[in-house]
Design a protein around this ligand. Structure first.
Ligand code: PLP
Length: 480
């Protein structure tokens, strides 16, 4: 019963039909899985079967036991977090990647993978308007890419002594970012051995963007205390609200004090495919490194992070290590990407970028992105015009941050409670999926119009649903 070539062929054909059906019907599933903790675990036997089981049986179990525990990220009613988009072309590439099963750690283990990656990073760099001084490499996630930036900055600053001797003899390094940046930065600072206490959170303005004067003040204070400023991290699109830090003044400060300047554009980097949105990254040429995730908004299956860096020599010197078994004749002539990041083993991720960019074309991707931004603008207008809803942060791209604020409730705790309840009720019903954040301490609902297959009708239905549920939630209050 174990699959052979012929039965694999048959099963795979059937599976492709299932895949196409799934995408077509994704909007009919409850978006967030409705399962309770332990629901899947208890359905799976405690040990694997001794004998081969038929694929039909395995697939039927998948439908029955696994699918109910899946949250449907490819549903057009998925408005939560940031999307993790796929597309048909990306799925096809992933099928090939899995079939080849190539482990692309060095050029020799698949020259085409290394060279396609090099070319795709040039395509992407040019598409998002980064200067030619940047070279790119694919990483698994933005968290890893930012860690690479911090480690490279640390090594460059210490003349590669930390790699040699450890941090014991090093000065106290300081990293600067706004309090609105993603939690991965704090995690990376901890992993890099720099210490969470040395991550300096800089105040933000009314748009939730870092205040450059406060950044310079913090650097000067640190210098007086004998600390060593190491890295400034700007967010081009924060996770909570897609707030945009001012890259130009931040980059100038970085240059003035000889500090590494890293830009986290994990989500909003994709918007830079649109020339009209590039003003958000004015000053990006001052950056030393830049990260964005095609696996979020750019229709490319998770995982696929594009990391761009100017000083590739320092990056490689930070990470390269050459045991006998990895030596090849082409050392130094080709890109061995294992030296450009943390893991040795690497998936062939460039293929899906190639498929997506060719099949959708730049115009196809731009059209979708513009449409997503338009949908968010429409929703923003509805919220602004509605007397019982309010916008909680400026909309920069396709994320709308709002809360329900009916007349008669002015107490902030009460408003937080009402909005939490609204969110839970909406998500429990399964018609759409939203997530929350805090804006200036206030409970805020986030709605991202960025899913590959989202259309106007989905956003309109979501807005109707939100109003309907909100009104019902407040009924008991009104009666009081
Ligand atoms: N940076 C920002 C601004 C993000 O929004 C996120 C995730 O949403 C990350 C970093 C982390 O991304 P990843 O999951 O690729 O590590």
């Amino acid at each position: 019963m174990e699959l052979d070539n012929q039965s694999f062929r048959e099963q795979a054909h059937r599976l492709v039909d299932w895949m196409a059906d799934y995408i077509e019907n994704a909007e009919n599933f409850p978006v967030r899985s409705q399962q309770l903790p332990g629901d899947t675990f208890k359905q799976i036997p405690d040990a694997p079967p001794k004998k081969s089981e038929a694929m039909e049986e395995i697939l039927s179990d998948f439908q029955e036991k696994i699918l109910p525990g899946i949250t449907h990220w490819q549903s057009p009613n998925f408005f939560a977090y940031f999307p993790a988009n796929t597309s048909y072309a990306s799925l096809l590439a992933e099928m090939i990647t899995a079939t080849l099963g190539a482990q692309c750690m060095i050029w020799e283990t698949s020259p085409a993978a290394a060279e396609l990656e090099e070319k795709m990073m040039i395509w992407l760099r040019d598409l998002i308007g980064l200067p030619n001084a940047f070279q790119g490499v694919i990483q698994d996630t933005a968290s890893t890419a930012t860690l690479c930036a911090l480690l490279t900055a640390r090594e460059k600053k210490s003349a590669f002594l930390v790699n040699q001797k450890g941090l014991q003899t090093a000065p106290i390094y300081r990293v600067y970012c706004s309090g609105e940046t993603h939690s991965s930065i704090e995690k990376d600072v901890k992993i890099a051995g720099l210490g969470k206490d040395n991550l300096v959170k800089i105040e933000v303005d009314e748009n939730l963007a870092l205040i450059p004067e406060k950044l310079e003040e913090a650097i000067r204070t640190d210098l007086k205390k004998g600390f060593e400023p190491l890295c400034i991290i700007a967010a081009t699109g924060t996770t909570s609200t897609t707030a945009m830090d001012p890259l130009q003044p931040m980059g100038e400060i970085a240059q003035k004090y000889n500090i590494w300047f890293h830009v986290d554009a994990a989500y909003a980097g994709t918007a830079m495919l649109l020339p009209e949105e590039r003003h958000w990254q004015e000053g990006v040429e001052l950056a030393d490194s830049y990260v964005f995730n095609p696996h979020k908004w750019m229709f490319t299956n998770f995982d696929c992070t594009a990391y761009f860096v100017k000083d590739t020599q320092s990056l490689i010197r930070t990470f390269s290590i050459l045991p006998e078994y990895l030596k090849t004749k082409n050392q130094g002539i080709v890109n061995d990407y294992r030296d450009w990041g943390i893991p040795l083993g690497r998936r062939f991720r460039a293929l899906k970028l190639w498929f997506v960019m060719r099949n959708m074309g730049v115009q196809g991707m731009q059209e979708k992105l513009r449409n997503h931004i338009c949908l968010a603008k429409w929703l923003e207008e509805q919220i602004v015009q509605h007397s019982a809803f309010e916008l909680m942060a400026p909309r920069t791209l396709n994320l709308v941050c709002f809360r329900y604020h009916p007349q008669g409730i002015e107490n902030e705790q009460e408003l937080d409670k009402t909005n939490s309840e609204l969110l839970q009720t909406l998500n429990n019903a399964g018609r759409l999926y939203l997530t929350q954040t805090k804006v200036k301490g206030k409970c805020t609902i986030r709605l991202v119009c960025g899913q590959t297959y989202v259309e106007e009708k989905h956003v309109k239905a979501a807005w109707d649903c939100i109003q309907e549920v909100a009104t019902n939630i407040c009924l008991p209050l009104k009666k009081m």
